[in-house]
Ligand binder design. Sequence first.
Ligand code: TXA
Ligand code: MG
Length: 319
Amino acid sequence: MISDLQLNEAAEDLRNGRLVVIPTETVYGLGANALDATAVAKIFELKQRPHFDPLIVHISDQADLKTLVRHVPEKIQQLMDQFWPGPLSVVLEKLPIVPDLVTSGLDSVAIRCPGHQTARSLIRLAGCPIAAPSANRFGAISPTTADHVREQFGHQSPKILDAGACEIGVESTVVGYHQDEVVMLRPGGITRESMETLIGEVRIAGTDNESPSSPGQLTKHYAPRTPLKLVEHGRPIASDTKVGLLTLSPESEAEDLRGFQAVEYLSRDGCYRQAAANLFAAMRRLDALGLDQIVARPVGNQGLGLAINDRLSRAAAKS
Ligand code: TXA
Ligand code: MG
């Protein structure tokens, strides 16, 4: 439990330009006052994040949106009404008050109203929007517990508000708006199907040359140190090597497990919600075993499966 005192101190830190690690329902975030460019610069420094990769700005109430963006298209409004507070970030045309450092010089800014109570209370107390990327070094696995953050930053870690494990476990879905269409820039905690039920077709970025892309969607990301390979079947390297398996459930992995040194099931029952919540921690556990390779099995692309497969294929990418 986080006390009022801890919350007040963290809000004070944010107001004074310091960083605070904040719990959200997706992953832990490395937060700074979004309107203070000097504070935001500390995020890029600690994360070793390239400046072309813009940040998400977190607000505690939809009403705060109008202080940050110019205009909200109808379909984006419908999505916010339905899914906020929650794991959805919307990219909209920014107002000048948002520092260029936050948006990497883009005219647009990504905004999210998180579902996590502590995150919203903190933003309210701080009295400013909070820019927060996932609290890991650039390209590394996102943290879903406070311990993951401590392991990553060690003595360099800012104050951490420890609220236990993140419920959703994969980052927010990022959507933009382009030529009268909603475009999904990153799959995440809100599924494409649930958005389409509400507003009709949602395009996936990168499926044509017209739709904009998200600068942070580099191929290699969320990566363990151990080489990870995404394959449907089998064990692709020599028999004298140590290989770990990351797979959905015992049922999905009906094959012989004797070739594997370790196995991580994302969900015993094959539930995607549970699999998403376990994904990054399972990847870290395998990464800690000193294996030669991790073999990961893709899941189905429906629901949260799209976000799970996205993270797995980025963890597997060469660069
Ligand atoms: O769940 C989440 O979204 C977490 C928690 C902490 O809120 N945050 C997070 O932030 O995942 P980060 O920095 O790891 O990812 C931000 C993503 C990147 O892919 C970035 O390119 C995209 O959002 N993004 C941010 N601003 C954008 C913009 N103006 N246009 C397009 N994409 C943008
Ligand atoms: Mg990240």
